[in-house]
Design a protein around this ligand. Structure first.
Ligand SMILES: O=C(CCC(O)(O)[C@H](Cc1ccccc1)NC(=O)c1ccccc1)N[C@@H](Cc1c[nH]c2ccccc12)C(=O)O
Ligand SMILES: [Zn+2]
Length: 592
């Protein structure tokens, strides 16, 4: 057994008692490093991670002894817990030098990403990703400026990390192969507990492709009207820098160019937020109030004391948003360089959704304090944001002026704005890990990294690079999750799950109107349904957890398609046969 004569039950109790303070120590070191990037804090963070790795190794070995001991009568739940303890991630690397190198490579890539800036001549001022370049991509309608920012960001981030990334792939694969996984992608997919996961998401993507093709066609036509058709390639692709986002991953920021009925309201509330003097704190309180209205808890005192809700002056930080469980009583935090606009108000709900999930499963055994699968964690806040964004709710909180409810054209404008966020995202959310799985598997060698990336971007997303890509470009590392070792298919899964959860909450609230108008604010029955699933953490397989809330045991694109039904009808009429794009991008993208 474990320690002398220890029973499995005693081991599991000791595991929790000893692991919690260890994880809190590492979380604190990580927090210090991300909110104040210095050599000293980075070294302390890498050192803390090494200590956790050694400690996890001991626990993993003891769990394996129990799992292999045929004489033991383990309960189902003990076996489930022991298996989770035994399956630690890249910390399984027994070679401490290699593990230290892997941690150093990841923090180095994240640091390059976080400190990168683009000096936009002739104005001369240098912009970081947040807020400068993000703001420029959101609001500029100047092709040349957008193209310069798009290229400049890739030169200052991805292009500098190709060698580091190659080393990261090598060291990560070695680490998980020790656990018996083929490669890192195989390990990441194992968290979805099904051998058909890749096929399942491929089926969902195919089901949702018509929606994306029609949105793509409509947006392309509107952008041609705005920028002139000559800058669009004859292959049908949309130039990546025109879509209001540094990665063309969500298109809500060009809603003003795409809005179907000009004379009707645009549901983006950024201007109204500014007019009302919304503060960052008010944005978080608005999100907190919605969760509270469902019967969820408010944020803790420590949350308000220790979170970093805006970019601090005078020190380098990792701005990309994240939500933290410090593995210490009441200590939950959000780190986010918030700007005051509609998009960030939704990201605030997204981050607070993570915190609510943490709080709901905090009484589970430590090994079960995770999402039922990674997509669940990403779906909590977005499900709430679907209700928050309804024109009805925005009127309730005074961010939208009352207009008459039965206005079909206003509904199409609303669905268009939602599609620019939720439909536009689908191929992007799908392709990131298609690329990474092929890299980890060895199907894409380093000299093909950028070519394979653009093959997927051109074929699946129907976008083309702002300027021709060169041999030493490395555009994947211009996206945070790739440099920070964060899986991405979880967001694609979340964008399907969140409509299933949203529909289930609406049904629980007794709502019977068109899905896209459902606002379950203040509804305790909807809250109860949601909580009954979330409080499980990962104590049950995710189909069981999902069944608690939706009555279903599988991912289903139905609710998403149902939500956007009226828009698809509109788009089919508008587009006729004019939709789609060629598989390959043009050799030379047309200049601005
Ligand atoms: O990356 C994020 C939000 C950040 C996060 O909350 O997902 C964060 C990412 C992260 C993971 C690990 C280390 C550092 C950052 N994830 C978490 O904080 C988190 C919390 C609990 C469990 C798992 C992850 N969103 C994605 C896409 C996205 C999905 N839904 C959205 C809604 C609004 C805006 C963007 C998105 C993106 O920006 O490309
Ligand atoms: Zn998230």
């Amino acid at each position: 057994g474990g320690a002398e004569g220890e029973t499995p039950a005693q081991f599991l109790e000791r595991y929790e008692r000893e692991t919690l303070p260890m994880k809190n120590m590492v979380a604190e070191a990580a927090w210090q490093q991300k909110t104040n990037i210095t050599d000293e804090n980075t070294a302390a963070f890498v050192k803390a991670n090494l200590e956790l790795a050694k400690f996890s190794q001991k626990m993993e070995n003891q769990a394996l002894v129990f799992l292999k001991d045929k004489s033991l009568q383990l309960t189902f739940d003990q076996r489930r817990q022991l298996n989770k303890i035994a399956d630690i991630d890249t910390n399984a690397q027994t070679d401490k030098t290699k593990l230290e190198r892997l941690q150093t490579v990841i923090t180095e890539m994240e640091q390059i990403y976080s400190e990168a800036e683009v000096c936009m001549n002739p104005s001369g001022d240098c912009l970081k990703l947040e807020p400068g370049l993000t703001e420029l991509m959101r609001s500029s309608r100047d092709c040349q400026k957008l193209s310069d920012a798009w290229r400049g960001w890739r030169d200052q981030s991805g292009k500098k990390m190709k060698d580091l990334y190659q080393e990261y792939v090598q060291l990560s694969n070695e680490a998980v192969q020790i656990l018996g996984h083929k490669d890192l992608g195989d390990y990441w997919k194992s968290r979805y507990d099904t051998s058909t996961f890749e096929e399942d998401v491929a089926v969902l993507f195919d089901q949702l492709l018509p929606l994306y093709q029609h949105l793509h066609s409509y947006v392309r036509r509107k952008l041609k009207a705005q920028y002139g058709p000559e800058i669009f390639p004859s292959t049908g692709h949309i130039p990546a820098h025109l879509l209001g986002n540094m990665w063309s991953q969500q298109w809500n920021n060009i809603a003003d160019l795409v809005n179907p009925f000009k004379n009707k309201q645009l549901m983006d509330v950024t201007e109204e937020m500014k007019r009302q003097g919304y503060t960052i704190k008010k944005m978080f309180e608005t999100a907190e109030d919605f969760f509270y209205s469902l019967g969820f808890d408010n944020m803790t005192q420590i949350f308000w004391e220790k979170s970093m809700l805006e970019r601090p002056e005078g020190r380098e930080v990792v701005c990309h948003a994240s939500a933290w469980d410090m593995d210490k009583q009441d200590d939950f935090r959000i780190k986010m360089c918030t700007t005051i606009n509609h998009e960030d108000l939704m990201t605030v709900h997204h981050e607070m959704g993570h915190i609510q999930y943490y709080m709901l499963y905090e009484n589970q055994p430590l090994v079960y304090r995770h999402g039922a699968n990674p997509g669940f964690h990403e779906a909590v806040g977005d499900t709430i944001a679907l209700s928050v964004q309804t024109p009805g709710h925005l009127k309730t909180i005074g961010l939208l002026k009352a207009g008459n409810e039965q206005d079909k054209e206003a509904d199409i404008n609303f669905l268009m704005l939602m599609a620019l966020d939720k439909i536009a995202f689908l191929p992007f959310g799908y392709l990131i890990d298609q690329w990474r799985w092929s890299v980890f598997r060895g199907d894409t060698p380093p000299e093909q990294y950028n070519n394979e990336w653009w093959k997927l971007r051109c074929r699946l997303q129907g976008i083309s690079p702002a300027v021709k890509r060169g041999a030493d470009d490395f555009d994947p590392a211009a996206k945070y999750h790739i440099v920070a070792d964060v899986p991405y298919i979880r967001y694609f899964v979340s964008f399907v799950l969140q409509f299933q959860f949203y529909k289930a909450a609406c049904v629980a609230a007794g709502y019977t109107g068109p899905l896209y108008k459902c606002d379950f604010y203040n509804n305790k029955a909807a809250g109860e349904k949601f909580k009954s699933m979330l409080q499980l953490g990962s104590s049950l397989p995710w189909p069981e957890a999902m069944e608690r809330m939706t009555g279903q045991r599988h991912m289903d694109a139905g609710p998403l398609v149902e939500y956007f039904e009226p828009l698809l009808d509109f788009l089919r009429k508008e587009n006729g046969e004019d939709y789609g794009w060629e598989e390959k991008c043009p050799e030379n993208p047309p200049p601005c």
